[in-house]
Design a protein around this ligand. Structure first.
Ligand SMILES: [Zn+2]
Length: 140
């Protein structure tokens, strides 16, 4: 199960569980998702997207790009623990923080937090890639 932070067109935020990321896309396409507050069907995913430096990840032997790995809940939990122990949580300030680090080459900090798909696209245009990690719950 994957928990996503969702946001409707009226900026209501809520959380919802999906069996996998494809399920979200499928339900979204069929307009089966709606805001729990205002029933808006324009729902977007607020992405949990840690900013990571590639070398650090490799040292730890964890590959975030390995799709197969990401499909396993236990591995996802390991990744979650790794991120929580090694990254600074900045919440929805992620894109701001990531920019600061990107343009100030001195600092090599790693952050995680949430970014909207718009923020993510803006960052990508500036050459900053965010990694998206499905955020699994620690309890069953
Ligand atoms: Zn709403």
């Amino acid at each position: 199960m994957i928990k996503y932070n969702l946001k409707c067109s009226n900026n209501h935020e809520f959380e919802s569980w999906f069996s996998n990321s494809e399920e979200f896309d499928k339900l979204d396409k069929k307009k089966l998702l709606e805001c729990i507050y205002c029933s808006s069907k324009k729902i977007k995913k607020s992405i949990m997207a840690p900013m990571v430096s590639g070398s650090k990840i490799k040292e730890d032997g964890v590959s975030f790009t390995n799709k197969k790995l990401l499909s396993q809940k236990n591995d996802l939990l390991k990744i979650r623990n790794y991120i929580e122990n090694n990254f600074e949580f900045v919440g929805d300030k992620l894109s701001k923080k990531v920019r600061e680090v990107y343009y100030d080459k001195q600092t090599k900090k790693s952050f995680y937090g949430t970014a909207t798909s718009e923020e993510r696209e803006e960052l990508a245009e500036e050459g900053i890639d965010l990694l998206t990690v499905p955020w699994v719950s620690k309890d069953n």
